[in-house]
Each structure stands twice: as structure tokens, then as C-alpha cells.
Design a protein around this ligand. Structure first.
Ligand code: ADP
Ligand code: MG
Length: 222
């Protein structure tokens, strides 16, 4: 599980607390949407709990490990083994095919051969098995986002973090992304935290956390 304790984040020493003395527990297998108005701190909170931003007051624990002050090498290992990330603007490598992009984390971990069949399964799951050998610019925006999600899932992470993963997608492609998340959460017990400002997409989660001015104002499971 992830435990965040008394997180406070300011972007400058005298600036406002963008995250304001916030504590939250995320249990294994949780499927969480993080909602709130633009500027309420959703992205910032996601970055803090996922270790991408480590400059804050307070502490974040992954199970028994405190990651806030963890040595960089140890943190890299934790990220590579346990975390997947998806952003609004996917960062696919234009020179690599869809399949090669998905396999990139495996290649970095020296597990290219071992992960090849997983990559093909993921391509099928995201509905792109016919397009495995296309380059990103030969795919639509929605298809590119699905490749980015498959890449985030290739190492079968325990945690998946996504910042507005449906932000650039039409309803149809957004639904496809949400279905994929729901399926991974169910089939693999992947803990998923995603940011969205879309009320309908937010409802797809089994727990909704709402932020106002860097504080949690509601936290509802259903
Ligand atoms: N790098 C930054 N430097 C200064 N202020 C920032 C930075 N990133 C975000 N902020 C501010 O922090 C607040 C929360 O931002 P953010 O977490 O991106 O909100 P959300 O994702 O909910 O729209 C906003 O007021 C934003 O302007
Ligand atoms: Mg944001």
C-alpha cells in the first residue's frame, strides 16, 4: 500500500501550499480517480505519491519503505519493478514501432525476450495487434495513447499512475482507455490512480477522491 503523511508542497518558499497537509492511504487493488477543478493540485499530488516529485514536506511510504528520502538507485529499481506511468501527452519514440515502444521498458531491464509474448498480448488487449509494426505517426491520437498505456503495463506494475489519460481523447477512445484500466484492475489487481476532470470518466473508478485547494474534500468508495 501507499501511505502519504502530511504532504505539503510549495513551488516557492513563500508561495501558497499547492498541496496542504494532505494525508491519504491507497490500498492494494484500489482503483482511484482524482478529481477537482483545474489548479486544485491533482497533478501535483499524483507526482508526489508516485515519486516523480520528491521536494515536499511530509513522507510517502510504499509498504514499509519510506520513499521520500530513498537513495536514487533504490528508487529507480522500485519504479522499474512496480510503477507504470501514463501522461496526457504520451511520450512515444517516433523512430520506434508500436511494438518496440511497448517493449522499451523491458529492453531497459534486459527482459526483451521474456516480455515479447506479453507485449503481443497487450497489443491485442488494446486492440492494436494489427498495427504492431506501425510508427507512432502512422497511428491516431487514441491509438498512440493506447500504445503508451501498454508500455506502462509491460512490466506488470503493481501501481499505475495516469495524469489525464483521456484528456486528449474523444468519448469512444476515452471509454476504451477506461475499460482497459478496469480490466487491469480486476484481472491483475493493479492499483490504479488516475487524474481526470471528466465526471463520467471519474465514476468508472471504485473510489473517488476530490481535491479543493490541495486538500481532500471528499473520499468516497462505491
Ligand atoms: N511548476 C510549477 N511552478 C509553480 N506553480 C505550479 C507549478 N506546477 C503547478 N503549479 C501550481 O500549483 C497549483 C496546482 O497545480 P496542478 O497540480 O497542476 O493542478 P491540477 O492538475 O489540479 O490542474 C496551480 O495553482 C498551479 O498553477
Ligand atoms: Mg493537472
Amino acid at each position: 500500500m501507499i501511505r502519504a503523511l502530511h504532504l505539503t508542497k510549495r513551488f516557492s518558499p513563500t508561495g501558497p501550499a499547492v498541496i496542504d497537509d494532505l494525508s491519504v492511504e491507497i490500498f492494494d487493488g484500489n482503483f482511484i480517480s482524482l478529481v477537482g477543478r483545474s489548479g486544485s493540485g491533482k497533478s501535483t499530488l499524483l507526482y508526489l505519491i508516485s515519486s516523480l516529485d520528491r521536494k515536499y514536506e511530509g513522507e510517502v511510504f510504499y509498504d514499509q519503505s519510506e520513499i521520500t528520502h530513498m537513495p536514487m538507485q533504490e528508487l529507480h529499481n522500485l519504479r522499474n519493478r512496480q510503477m507504470g506511468f501514463v501522461f496526457q501527452f504520451h511520450y512515444l519514440i517516433n523512430e520506434l514501432t508500436a511494438l518496440e515502444n511497448i517493449l522499451l521498458p523491458a529492453r531497459k531491464a534486459g527482459l526483451l525476450k521474456e516480455k515479447e509474448s506479453t507485449a503481443h498480448e497487450l497489443l491485442k488487449t488494446v486492440g492494436l495487434d494489427e498495427k504492431a509494426h506501425r510508427l507512432p505517426n502512422q497511428l491516431s491520437g487514441g491509438e498512440q495513447q493506447r500504445v503508451a498505456i501498454a508500455r506502462a503495463l509491460i512490466m506488470q506494475p503493481k501501481y499505475l499512475f495516469a495524469d489525464e489519460p483521456t484528456g486528449n481523447l474523444d468519448t469512444h477512445n476515452g471509454d476504451a482507455v477506461m475499460n482497459l484500466f478496469a480490466r487491469f484492475n480486476q484481472d491483475h489487481k493493479t492499483t490504479i490512480v488516475y487524474v481526470t476532470h471528466d465526471r463520467e470518466f471519474a465514476k468508472r473508478a471504485s473510489r473517488q477522491i476530490e481535491l479543493v485547494d490541495g486538500k481532500i474534500v471528499s473520499d468516497e468508495a462505491h
